[in-house]
Design a protein around this ligand. Sequence first.
Ligand code: NAD
Length: 330
Amino acid sequence: MKVAFFSTKSYDKEYFTKFNTDNIHELNFFEVPLNAQTAVLTVGFDAICVFVNDIINQETIEIISKNGIKLIALRCAGFNNVDLKAAREHQLKVVRVPAYSPESVAEHAAALILTLNRKTHKAYNRVREGNFSIENLTGFNLFGKTVGVIGTGLIGTAFCKIMLGFGCKVLAYDVRESSQLVERGVVYKTLDDLLKESEIISLHCPLTPETAHLIDATTISKMKDGVMIINTSRGALVEAKDAIEGLKNGKIGYLGIDVYEQEADLFFQDLSESVIQDDTIARLISFPNVLITGHLGFFTKEALEEIATITLNNLSAFENDGELLNEVKS
Ligand code: NAD
């Protein structure tokens, strides 16, 4: 199958080429993101392979459908960037990688917590400057702390297990409960109770109309003073302007984010020689108690291998007999 990849980086080419055994598919790697302006590039292809910040809205779908695309293969788990209704109306099928090493993201959330708490990023820089002072690097023990987990699917479950391993009390909120987690000692709560009782809150639910800006001025006001908020899920779960207010007035003690609502204009690019035009992220970067990583939760060797093999299987199954492995249904 002729597949047009968008938003590709060196690692996409490396892993997809490696696992595309016998060149079974013809893979073409475009570095540009897919959107209504770049959709013209899909002429002559059967399928597209896209990532988190490609914009597959109604306009894009109309163009790629006219160009003969039959399959949208997401090389990620989240699918909030695809207009599923428009895809269905144009008979376009959508597949994704529902699970790839959930531990990769869960461990990154744990890394954000530990870095924010124990300030290893600051200590590293100090020591490199010959400054061995530990003044102002005080952290807190994770042992015995209450961690609230919003969304206990694959990643949330892996994250709960890590936090239980630290000896934390783990509270959870999800629209469906996991008996496996309850058996391990996780306690499901209402969202309000979780917000009130947790010292650390980590988001692992998908971005949907119900979860958009789940963390805003109202929910932040219900949290404990000095709460740590971690978001490795999707940027728009957090209303960044409200988080900034919370950081300024001290309600939020720490914020660790791997995702950002406007990340499409920033992440996965080297902008070190540019003037950042986004004042919200610029303000967030300025806080001493905010840690931002550029959507690298998924970025482990194991996850890249799984993303490539599952996506290629999705493409082969569709090409061979129209089978839809890992279909995203609207
Ligand atoms: P999943 O589908 O296994 O789990 C999501 C969980 O959220 C489910 O248990 C679901 O019931 C729950 N949920 C749905 N709506 C909810 C709501 N309104 N309130 C509370 N819970 C709700 O997904 P997953 O594989 O665990 O991934 C979770 C999210 O992580 C993805 O949607 C994606 O946005 C994000 N993600 C980020 C990265 C990264 O690199 N940072 C990588 C992969 C996935």
